[in-house]
Design a protein around this ligand. Sequence first.
Ligand code: BDR
Ligand code: CA
Length: 341
Amino acid sequence: QIPVWLDCDPGHDDAFAILLTAYHPRIKLLGISTVFGNASLKNTTYNARSLITAIGKEKEISIHVGLDKALERPALHAPTDIHGESGLDGTELLPKPLSEVSPVPAVEAMAAALKAQPAGTAWIVATGAVTNVGALIRKHPELASHVKGFSVMGGAIGGGFTDAPLGVIDGKPRIGNWTPYAEFNILVDPEAASELFSNKELAPKTTLIPLDLTHQVLATAEVRQTLLYGKDEEQTGPGKTKLRTMLVELLYFFAKGYADKFDITEGPPLHDPLAAAAVLVGTPDEIPFYDWDAAKSTAPEHHERFEVTVVTEGTFEEAQVKETGRTIAKELPAGSEGIRI
Ligand code: BDR
Ligand code: CA
């Protein structure tokens, strides 16, 4: 099993990253830390507690409270149109959490859990602002060489869009979801992102899962229907359960947000579980390398702004989300499968 620490800000799509890391047979989830972002830290932490209760893992998985603002700037929380007031609006079925948070703060818990794994085995998966991870590496720089990989849902390169899911600016596909160029997770703590992405030890083993990829992994109405009833096309299979209904209600709310805000009617894009799925593929040096210069040249502002140098990328054939009983990660056109930094 692959040891994984999940740092998240639940968040509708974060909920699916929790589900995937908690139940994938090849992943051993070491713990969860929370960060501000889709809502206040208080809310994202409550949501994480409620979600692990909903999936029956509250006794096994500990939740550690992370940072409530960026390393070098105030907190910016997502407006309520995508994730709602709570950060996880859209269902009445979220249970009251059955476990408390751990008294050990996120940075110390991550450090201890990662150091307890043999060198070169554990992954950090971040599906929110990379603030906690930035603080971790500032305090424990040796972990950059100790971990196997760092997978981040964040960023937007622009070169991978086959259409213009976020709209068009100056005749070209709009790149970012919160500003014309910036993706939310990177936007809220660009200093932490820049520090991590330019860390000589960590950068070569970092996988960036940008919007270019995530906007091609849509939880369509058909996918939601499958999630609700299970694999059985006749819908006589496992049938609706409270958990399935809750997950689909969350996806429906998320879909409505994307339809209203971005006019994406096939959605929503299921960003965060892809960062978790990337650990199943491996680190950049385990996959074929690829020249990303063409994509980089289409969005120079993005790269300059966050000093991200995108040099390689690889195939995400295995990076499929199978929780619905079907593969919902689509094959991308050659040359745009994902981005490695
Ligand atoms: C990212 O921001 C949040 O809205 C999602 O949870 C995801 O992590 C997408 O830009
Ligand atoms: Ca998130």
